[in-house]
Design a protein around this ligand. Structure first.
Ligand SMILES: [Zn+2]
Length: 511
């Protein structure tokens, strides 16, 4: 049995390694490896309001997750541990002034950002130094772990990967040969403060700094051994793979921009825009950070159902009512419009100018409240059923042609986490009533004998009335219409003219 069990266990371990990694650090080499708890997350993936120097908040897309075990710079110099086995394929800006990170290509493409400081050249932080290599690569810098005596370099010198044995550093009397290989738990660099910043004269600022933290990247595609594309479209949510406990969300729909009244407030006439605000809040959390849960939203959608029909994503005038951060490796192409040309994911404004909500999302988590608000603002109830969101508006005055004909509806919002877990809001019922009523069916019986059964459909934008089942019709349409007119049912002349009265005129006296 043993021979069988061992390979199976190996496979299980491999599976675990493929799907989940821990974000870990040590205070220093002598310290114990610590997995970042949810409280260490300082900024989540996706939209955020970033404080500016002048005190204002600016909408920003955060292409990763920030981890900071301690406030301020108390964790500066902590030792970052590799999340999985891999090759150091790229180290950004080790020699220059500004932001520095290293990328390990393993099963994933994790990037560890803000290592060291913004200064250029040789420096030391925690257990690590930026050091100069010996000839034949004397112009190159590398990351040296002074405690493990490990020299990290991509083993490239402006070209393809060479033998790492060519890349050496002299530590006292010891000659250290570089490696570009790491394993899970390797001590790879210091938690630092590096960031791009400019001096008033426009030059790079060597003293620019953020509070020490790890910005963890999960890159989508990488060009082997070259700089990573850090654009919003290529930075994914590392929480797809970084181990964290599933988050419990409370999802609610609001009818006002202040998010104080739940439900939906229909706007009439139906050519106006009805707005629905969706608040996604982490349960049992408060304040602006140090949550015992992690905000791990990937998608938020607003669904609509008429009667007992299936729920569909609500289609508005300009947008489908869905936000997709595109944080997953298997669906990296649905960012909100601010980040890509796919405008269908932008949800419209509920705010003006640079105010929060300008991009349809009011991100508050890790700043003021454990929640983000999503503004779906273009539910136009008189849209023609042929209308495609984002195209020129097509309305209808004919209920049969409406995308949302009159009737009883249900609205619900759904949040889907980066791991695919979904949470729905309570259902918000509403009655849509855009159109005057019309008679769709008339049946008449005398002493048990049916003498009339006819129906009408309203068709096309001009509401042409057509007879549905004239073969069972005995009393003429005109006679019926005259009877209806007698009780106050009025059809415009334009429609009466389109009505084909000729067919059953001669049968009017049978009943
Ligand atoms: Zn960050």
């Amino acid at each position: 049995m043993k021979k069988i069990i061992v390979p199976i266990m190996g496979m299980l371990l491999l599976c675990l390694d493929l799907t989940a990694q821990n974000v870990q650090y040590k205070v220093n080499h002598a310290g114990a490896a610590t997995t970042c708890p949810p409280e260490d997350v300082a900024s989540d993936f996706g939209p955020r309001m970033l404080p500016q120097k002048d005190g204002t908040l600016k909408y920003d897309w955060h292409g990763g997750v920030d981890y900071s075990p301690l406030t301020g710079n108390q964790d500066r110099g902590y030792t970052l541990l590799a999340m999985e086995n891999g090759t150091i394929s790229y180290i950004h800006n080790l020699a220059g002034i500004g932001f520095k990170y290293l990328r390990v290509d393993g099963v994933h493409h994790y990037g560890y950002g803000h290592i060291f400081t913004s200064k250029d050249g040789i420096q030391e932080l925690g257990d690590f130094k930026i050091v100069k290599l010996l000839a034949p690569h004397a112009g190159q810098l590398a990351i040296y772990n002074t405690q493990t005596q490990t020299l990290y370099h991509t083993c490239r010198d402006g070209g393809p990967v060479l033998s790492c044995s060519e890349f050496k550093y002299k530590d006292g009397t010891d000659t250290i040969t570089a490696t570009n290989q790491v394993v899970t738990g390797s001590e790879i660099g210091p938690m630092g403060t590096s960031i791009d910043g400019k001096l008033p004269n426009g030059n790079k600022n060597p003293d620019a700094a953020v509070e020490a933290h790890l910005h963890l990247y999960n890159f989508g595609t990488v060009n082997n051994n070259t700089a990573s594309d850090v654009a919003d479209g290529n930075t994914l949510n590392p929480l797809q793979f970084a181990t964290h406990t599933a988050t419990t969300y409370l999802v609610s729909i609001y009818k006002n921009s202040g998010f104080t009244q739940e439900g939906i407030g229909l706007v009439y006439p139906g050519t106006g825009s009805t707005k629905a605000g969706v608040r996604v809040r982490m349960a049992n959390q408060n304040g602006g950070g140090n949550y015992s849960a992690v905000m791990n939203i990937d998608k938020v959608k607003l669904y609509i159902s008429k009667g007992d029909e299936a729920y569909k994503v609500l289609e508005g005038l300009n947008y489908e009512s869905r936000v997709d951060y595109g944080g997953r490796t298997d669906a990296p192409d649905h960012y909100p419009a601010v980040n890509s040309a796919n405008v269908l994911t932008k949800t419209g404004e509920w705010g003006t100018g640079a105010a929060p909500g300008v991009n349809g999302i009011v991100p508050k988590a890790y700043r003021s409240q454990p929640e983000d608000d999503f503004c779906f603002t273009d539910f136009v109830t008189r849209l023609h059923k042929a209308h495609v969101p984002g195209s020129a508006a097509q309305y209808t005055s004919c209920p049969a042609e409406a995308k949302y004909p009159d009737g009883r509806y249900k609205l619900k919002a759904r949040v889907i986490s980066i791991n695919g877990d979904s949470t729905d809001s309570a259902v918000s019922p509403f009655l849509l009533d855009n159109y005057k009523p019309y008679i769709s069916q008339v049946s008449m019986s005398v002493k048990g004998k049916q003498c009339y059964d006819a129906g009408w459909e309203l068709k096309y934008d001009y509401c042409l009335v057509s007879v549905k089942n004239s073969e069972t019709q005995i009393l003429s349409d005109r006679a019926i219409l005259n009877k209806l007119s007698a009780v106050g049912f009025v059809l415009p002349d334009s429609i009466r003219e389109r009505f084909d009265f000729s067919k059953s005129q001669s049968e009017a006296t049978r009943c």
